[in-house]
Design a protein around this ligand. Sequence first.
Ligand code: GLU
Length: 294
Amino acid sequence: MAGRFAPSPTSDLHLGNLRTALVAWLLARGSGRAFRLRIEDLDTTRVAAAGDVARRQLADIAALGLDTDGEVVWQSRRLDAYATAVAGLETYPCYCTRREIAEAASAPHGDGHRPYPGTCLRLSASRRAELAATRRPALRVRAGGASWTVHDVWAGEVTGVVDDFVLVRNDGVPAYNLAVVVDDLAMAVDQVCRGDDLLSSSPRQAWLAVRLGGEPPAYAHVPLAVNSEGRRLAKRDGAVTMADLAARGVTAGQVLTRLAASLGLAAQDEPVTPAELLRRFDPAALPREPWVVA
Ligand code: GLU
């Protein structure tokens, strides 16, 4: 049994990410689970020095005092595992462009995901051959119009349509929804704690976990951190990373206090340790609104 924190090394962790890591650690340790780390570095071709970013992310977690179990898992080293998983699923190639999907699909869901209407499932052999001559296909799973319900510690029951979502992108990179499920199963993760922007992906992922012979994990989606205008916290919002804060003389311990205070687990300037926070932590009492970082 394990919980985990799985950052993408696109930029340094900001206070919202660090707070999610703290909650993930508290939930895992509070329920007697191992706590694992995974670097989701499949889609970092656009980011120079993703390895350096990842190493700073790991150092920040350690500096907060969050202890972890086992080796860090790097998705870029697990391509064989994703290929094996795909080989065991019912899939079909999809030649649709984003534009074609936007024109054919129903309106996007709240998360921006447009359920795929199954166009390429119904292609004639000749049309498929024609498209294959000029386009590289993505690979989609055949879900047969399923829907799936997950249980989230805070959001309760969440039901979502499972469309024929992409498993492998048309540039050959395994899709996030595939990699996350394959890895959580391989790492014995049965508790998934992350930002609540991913809540709506959970039904698809839980469905896939079962398809791959596993059990869906317990879910815990943490409200995001926002700036004073209510927008999702970002690097441009000032001193929001450990490095920015350190440059202003803020220690890792003080960052931990700030995160703990935002969770109602410490007073504003009270020195705390993760072990002490664990004694105080009650998942039911976690704030349900976004954290406004002013
Ligand atoms: N890598 C994702 C992110 O940084 C999190 C994925 C997950 O926890 O399932 O937002």
